[in-house]
Design a protein around this ligand. Structure first.
Ligand code: HEC
Length: 128
């Protein structure tokens, strides 16, 4: 154990609720890292909940049924996919959306690094 860890551990020991504190800040740090990954999505997915961009609004997307944002013209492929945006499906989608839903109108994306996927999902959850 090096000296930095000793400092971190003794600092945590001083917190009234070290576990909660660590979890809260982890989530925030993950979401912040996810915001950076999301830059490659932002051109099409606006973060303004009042409007759809070239892609549908992603607020509340985690746990939502695919293809259900009102007034967005989805492809039939996505509308009829029967998918719900679970974390698992979101991972598959960002890794290779055309493999998950052949015929989708979303341009191919390929976020295959599981850590980047974790960040991205934490970010999407922070929009819920
Ligand atoms: C070139 C524009 C574009 C880019 C870049 C893009 N998307 Fe999309 N996205 C779309 C379009 C268009 C749709 C609707 C697809 C359809 O109807 O088949 C969509 C659909 C989605 C959906 C399904 C939403 C729903 O309501 O069912 C998710 C989730 C999503 N995109 C996430 C992402 C993420 C995460 C990224 C970045 C890694 C990304 N998109 C990058 C255009 C884009």
């Amino acid at each position: 154990m090096n000296i930095r860890w000793i400092a971190v551990l003794s600092f945590s020991a001083l917190m009234t609720s070290p576990t909660l504190y660590a979890e809260g800040s982890d989530q925030e740090a993950m979401a912040a890292a996810g915001a950076a990954v999301f830059h490659q999505c932002e051109a099409c997915h606006t973060l303004d909940p009042a409007k759809n961009g070239f892609g549908p609004d992603l607020h509340g997307v985690v746990g939502r049924e695919a293809g259900t944002v009102p007034r967005f013209a989805y492809s039939d492929a996505l509308k009829n996919s029967g998918l719900t945006w679970s974390e698992e499906n979101l991972r598959k989608w960002v890794a290779d959306n055309e493999a998950l839903v052949p015929g989708t109108r979303m341009r191919h994306v390929s976020v295959t690094d599981p850590v980047e996927q974790d960040y991205l999902i934490a970010f999407l959850k922070s929009l819920n």
